[in-house]
Design a protein around this ligand. Structure first.
Ligand code: NAP
Length: 290
């Protein structure tokens, strides 16, 4: 696959995402074989030049690289169990957990496949553009061998040999996304009580979010060192601001659950003796079950 500008690739699963993946391969000029349980979903792709395999086995045999993108891992097992996988590089872009990815790697390699797991951090319309970020984990040599073909899909990121990493980064990205959005919604709900609309707050919120993002490298260094000197602010000071935020939200008659949750974690950290340390010490609360 390495030294060719075009190559053969198979896509199994032609849901919204699978069709976008196959379409991007076709657009890049790759010979693209497709298969889907509901064959009619291949019609448009066939019109664009895709080859519709009559069976899953034919689809697997058509290319050394097969991308599978189904609803969940159970569907992957149901579909591929019994298929010959020897000689296939299987890239599973189905969403799942890190444990499911590691189990699937074991399952596939036992059947003779080279296995890569992946996660797609994009919606179907972005596939084929640099905006689509695709995460991969598994043996580096296997990733390197198929990367020239996969580049048709978007911006590729290789995370490491542990097959579970793509799934873990996927959820870590989701928690970032929802946390930032929820904080913005909280602020917007409060400001709306004073007649400030969401569009007016958005640029201010964006500046705050970008400023906080700039703190991450320094805070990460504290976490990795396991030492949290209060260089800028102590957690005990932050907690007073959290109490103020809760009081204001309650007084305004808007939802205060989010700041209450954050304060409850900070209160536990302070009770454990960390009030004089800096905010990232809360990693110790995030790092244990509740
Ligand atoms: P979808 O449109 O619902 O398509 C699901 C696909 O799975 C269809 O091809 C379906 O076949 C197939 N399938 C389900 N069960 C099957 C089984 N037992 N045997 C054979 N095929 C089976 O979903 P999607 O949006 O393409 O998502 C696919 C994966 O991509 C999911 O894991 C999703 O989390 C992930 N993803 C999606 C997005 C997105 O924005 N759509 C973004 C990131 C990641 P039929 O057509 O025959 O039903």
């Amino acid at each position: 696959m390495n030294n060719e500008t075009t190559a053969s690739v198979t896509v199994i699963g032609l849901g919204l995402m699978g069709r976008a993946l196959a379409g991007a391969f076709l657009k890049a000029g790759h010979t693209t074989t497709v298969w889907n349980r509901t064959a009619g979903k291949a019609d448009e792709l066939v019109g664009l030049g895709a080859r519709l395999a009559p069976t899953v086995g034919d689809a697997l045999r058509a290319s050394t690289l097969t991308i599978i993108c189904l609803t969940d891992y159970q569907a992957v097992y149901e579909l591929l169990d019994g298929s010959a996988l020897t000689g296939t590089t299987l890239l599973n872009l189905t969403s799942g957990s890190s444990g499911q990815a590691r189990d699937a790697a074991h399952w596939a390699t036992e059947r003779g496949a080279r296995y890569l797991d992946g996660a797609i951090m994009a919606a179907p319309p972005a596939i084929g553009t640099a905006e689509a970020v695709l995460l991969h984990s598994g043996p580096q040599a296997d990733f390197d061998a198929c990367a020239p073909v996969l580049e048709a899909l978007g911006t590729l990121t290789y995370l490491g040999a542990d097959h579970g990493l793509a799934a873990l980064y996927d959820v870590a990205g989701l928690t970032m996304m929802w946390s930032v959005l929820n904080a913005w919604l909280q602020g917007t709900a409060m400001l709306r009580t004073a007649g400030v609309d969401a569009a007016t707050f958005a640029p201010f919120a964006r500046t705050i979010a970008a400023g906080v993002a700039d703190w991450l490298p320094g805070y990460a260094e504290q976490i990795d060192r396991g030492a949290y000197p209060a260089e800028v602010s102590a957690l005990a000071t932050d907690v007073r601001a959290m109490a103020h935020l809760i009081e204001e939200a309650e007084a305004l008659g808007v939802n205060a659950e989010l700041p209450q949750l954050i304060k409850a974690m900070a209160d536990r950290s302070i009770a454990a003796g960390h009030g004089g340390e800096q905010y990232p010490v809360l990693i110790e609360e995030f790092g244990k079950p509740r």
